[in-house]
Design a protein around this ligand. Structure first.
Ligand code: FE
Length: 214
C-alpha cells in the first residue's frame, strides 16, 4: 500500500509509463519468486486480495454508514469530524489520514476519485478496486461524471447535483449513501449488510434486495 505526502512528487502511478515505486517493485519481485519456487499459489494471493477489496475492508465503512443512519448524534459527529467519529469505532487510520464524510441527499450525489493516483480511505474501505486506480476512471469521472455513473448502472434525476471530490493523502472521503425507504424495521446490523463498497465511493446506490435503488 503506497502512500505519498504530496501529489506533486514523482509518483509511480502518474502517466501511462506504469513505473513502480520501490516498494511495489520489491513486492512484485518477491511475489514472482515465491510463485516460481512453488511456495505460494497465485490463486491464494488473488483470493486474499479480493477478499480485502470486496469483503473485509468495506464492512468497516458499512458499519459507519449504518450507525449514521440510526444514530443522529453519530451522524452529526461524522459531519463535523469524521476522523474522530470513525476512530471511535476502532477503524483508526494513520495519524496523518484525515477523513471527511460526504452525505448524499435528495439534492446532491457525491462521488470520490483520486485524479493523480489512488488515494482511498483504507481505514473504512480496505483496498481500492482496480477500476478506481485506472486512468480512464480518474480522468473521466471529473469530465463526465453522469456518464461514468450510468456505466455503473446509476441513473440520477436530472435535477440532482453531482459533486466529484478529489482525494489526496491528506484528505480522504467516505460517501454516506442515502438510506433506502422501507428499512425502518431493520436494525443496524441488517442495514450495514445492505451497504455496498461502491455506494461508499459514490459509484453505487443502496437498495433493498429486489427493489430498485433510489
Ligand atoms: Fe493519490
Amino acid at each position: 500500500m503506497h502512500d505519498h505526502p504530496h501529489h506533486d512528487s514523482p509518483h509511480h502511478d502518474h502517466g501511462p509509463d506504469n513505473r513502480l515505486d520501490p516498494m511495489e517493485a520489491r513486492t512484485r519481485a518477491l511475489e514472482t519468486l515465491l510463485v516460481e519456487k512453488g511456495l505460494v499459489d497465485p490463486a491464494t494471493i488473488e483470493a486474499i486480495v479480493q477478499s480485502c477489496e470486496e469483503r473485509i475492508g468495506p464492512r468497516n465503512g458499512a458499519r459507519v454508514v449504518a450507525k449514521a443512519w440510526v444514530d443522529p448524534e453519530f451522524a452529526e459527529w461524522l459531519k463535523q469530524d469524521a476522523t474522530a467519529a470513525i476512530n471511535s469505532l476502532g477503524f483508526a487510520g494513520r495519524q496523518s489520514e484525515h477523513l471527511a464524510a460526504l452525505f448524499n441527499d435528495a439534492e446532491t450525489h457525491h462521488i470520490i476519485v483520486c485524479t493523480l493516483c489512488s488515494c482511498y480511505p483504507w481505514a473504512v474501505l480496505g483496498l481500492p478496486p482496480s477500476w478506481y486506480k485506472s486512468p480512464p476512471y480518474r480522468s473521466r469521472v471529473v469530465i463526465e461524471p453522469r456518464k461514468v455513473l450510468a456505466e455503473f448502472g446509476v441513473e440520477l434525476p436530472e435535477e440532482m447535483r453531482v459533486r466529484v471530490w478529489d482525494s489526496t493523502s491528506e484528505m480522504r472521503y467516505l460517501v454516506i449513501p442515502q438510506r433506502p425507504a422501507n428499512t425502518e424495521h431493520l436494525d443496524e446490523e441488517a442495514l450495514a449488510a445492505l451497504v455496498t463498497r461502491d455506494s461508499m465511493i459514490g459509484t453505487g446506490l443502496v437498495s433493498l434486495p429486489g427493489e430498485a435503488a433510489q
